[in-house]
Structures are given as structure tokens and as C-alpha cells.
Design a protein around this ligand. Structure first.
Ligand code: HEC
Length: 249
């Protein structure tokens, strides 16, 4: 029956439109108002690139109207404490990127990230929920891809495996870095640590190269997936036996 068929087609059309509209309306960015102490301590500078790397969602720090508030609040969900102050999160809009951040802060990985952070001054951040030890962070990237990325981009300066014989004097090998207790911190953030920002960018995460100071060596651009893969690869690298002395430096 033509009428029935037309109705059916119409329903399919509406469904497709709603479906695709829903997908494109998924927000990539949101406005966050954070307690000044969270910014001053360096916590936001530490946490936000990691969140953006994981989710591709960007965060704009604002001091007025925001999609989410992360501060000492009477009516939020407690996230983390520092000394006597408890910082809570509250969603003030239905922005889906803000919801992602809210969920991430409360997830095991988000909590582990907050507790890993070492402020330059003052006490560390502490958990507010009493739920056993925070689990060891597990890297989910593709180990084979990570080995390939390391071979292509990192061997220019680092020894990335015991088999790799190319060494550049003082540049630490991946085995030596792997022996440090905070190796995963260093590999999660290496692209923001010198000397890398001068020649290496992570797509959608790092700022553009400074046009006034272009890279003096062939620039490298990696994707967030490749950074995940590198982490997964490095987690399989056998740590060098550096001895207690170096390990605690
Ligand atoms: C052009 C040379 C060069 C390249 C290419 C390079 N690095 Fe490095 N990297 C360095 C140097 C030099 C250091 C030591 C910096 C220091 O000790 O201050 C370093 C340090 C590191 C550290 C320790 C950071 C810290 O401060 O704790 C990590 C992790 C790291 N690199 C990862 C990588 C990865 C992953 C790649 C490949 C995607 C890579 N590097 C590519 C030169 C390079």
C-alpha cells in the first residue's frame, strides 16, 4: 500500500535525522569553573590535558557562567579533598562533554590521576570516598602499534628496547625511565615535558608550534591513540636495574 509505505519511509527518515542530529550535537567542549586553589596548586594544568587526551573533549576554564563547577560546594558530589577542604563537582547544564568530565573525575582512572598529582607546595590531594586502594592504572592501547611508534619517532634520541643499540649519550633509555616509580606519569605527559614540545605535537591536544620558534628538527605529530599505544608498549618494557640510589632520585 503506497500510503503505508510512505508513512514507513517517513518514519525511517525521521529516525535517520534524529539519529545523525544526536551524534553531531555531542559537545566537544565545555566551560568549567574551578576553585582558585585547584588552579593555583597546578592540579587543573595536570588533569585537563590528560582528560582531553583520553576523551578528545576540551575544557575552557572560566570564572563566570559554567557548565560544570568543581569547588567547595554544599550541594555537589564530593570528588577529592585537600587538608580540611573537600572539592565537589556539580553539573549546571546538560553539556555532554561536562558530563564526561564529571564521570571521569569519579572513575578509578580519574581518581588515580588526582591522587598521583604532586603539588609544588602544600599537601597532596586525598580521596574522599573510603574504598580501598585505588587500582593500578591499566593501559589499554595497542602494544604492537606502540612499539612501531617508538621505533619510528623515539629512537631518534632514546633507546626504546634492550635490543635497540642506538644511544644518544645522556638521553634516558625507556628501560631506565620504566624503572622510575612514576614512569607512567612521565609517559602520559611526555609531550608536555621538555624537550618534546619544541618538535612534537599530539593532534587535538598540544598547542600549535610557535611560528616564531619553528622546530629545528623534523617535527613529529602523533595521535592520542598513538600516545595510548606508547603507554601500553612501555608497560611491557623490562625496567633497567638502576639500583635503589637512582630509583629514589
Ligand atoms: C629529539 C630527541 C628526542 C626525541 C625524538 C624524543 N625524546 Fe624523549 N627525551 C629527550 C630528552 C633529551 C629527554 C631528557 C629530558 C630531561 O631529562 O630533562 C627526554 C625525556 C623523555 C621522557 C622523560 C620525561 C621526564 O621529564 O621525566 C619521556 C617519558 C620521553 N622522553 C618519551 C619520549 C617518547 C615517547 C618519544 C617518542 C614519541 C620521545 N621521547 C622522543 C629527547 C627526545
Amino acid at each position: 500500500m503506497p500510503v503505508k509505505l510512505a508513512k514507513h519511509l517517513f518514519a525511517v527518515l525521521v529516525f535517520l535525522c534524529l539519529g545523525s542530529a544526536g551524534a553531531t550535537e555531542e559537545e566537544r567542549q565545555f566551560r568549567l569553573r574551578a576553585d582558585p586553589e585547584l588552579e593555583r596548586s597546578g592540579l587543573m594544568r595536570f588533569v585537563l590535558p590528560r582528560f582531553t587526551l583520553k576523551t578528545g573533549r576540551r575544557v575552557e576554564l572560566v570564572t563566570d557562567q559554567a557548565d560544570m563547577v568543581f569547588a567547595v560546594l554544599p550541594d555537589g558530589t564530593p570528588v577529592v579533598a585537600r587538608g580540611p577542604r573537600v572539592f565537589s563537582a556539580r553539573l549546571d547544564s546538560d553539556n555532554s562533554a561536562a558530563k564526561r568530565f564529571y564521570d571521569w573525575l569519579l572513575s578509578d582512572v580519574g581518581q588515580a590521576t588526582l591522587l598521583d598529582f604532586t603539588p609544588e607546595t602544600g599537601p597532596r590531594f586525598a580521596p574522599v570516598t573510603v574504598k580501598g586502594a585505588v587500582e593500578e592504572v591499566v593501559f589499554e592501547g595497542d602494544v604492537a602499534l606502540g612499539a612501531a611508534v617508538a621505533g619510528r619517532h623515539c629512537t631518534r634520541c632514546h633507546r626504546v628496547s634492550p635490543e635497540d643499540r642506538s644511544t644518544i649519550g645522556s638521553t634516558p633509555s625507556f628501560m631506565a625511565l620504566r624503572a622510575l616509580p612514576d614512569w607512567h606519569e612521565r609517559f602520559t605527559a611526555f609531550f608536555a615535558l621538555n624537550p618534546h614540545p619544541s618538535f612534537l605535537r599530539v593532534e587535538g591536544v598540544s598547542p600549535e608550534f610557535d611560528p616564531g620558534r619553528p622546530p629545528t628538527i623534523t617535527p613529529v605529530v602523533v595521535t592520542p591513540e598513538e600516545v595510548d599505544a606508547l603507554l601500553a608498549y612501555v608497560s611491557t618494557v623490562t625496567p633497567a636495574d638502576l639500583g635503589e640510589e637512582i630509583r629514589h632520585q
